[in-house]
Write a new protein. Structure first.
Length: 59
């Protein structure tokens, strides 16, 4: 993932609480690329620390 793409995703995840984003981000955990998995888990940490659990309970 390019740096600008990672920053954009981080901004979207931290400022948009939508349950439709959860499956899209979870799909990145199954990637063969270690960089994509690393960025995916960083996004998951952001989601778990900043989002209300109402949006996460559905998944």
């Amino acid at each position: 993932i390019s740096t600008s793409g990672a920053v954009a995703l981080r901004y979207i995840v931290s400022n948009t609480q939508a349950s439709k984003l959860v499956p899209l981000i979870l799909a990145g955990t199954e990637s063969k690329s270690k960089d994509i998995r690393r960025h995916t888990f960083e996004l998951l940490v952001t989601m778990l620390s900043q989002w209300d659990f109402v949006y996460l309970d559905k998944h």
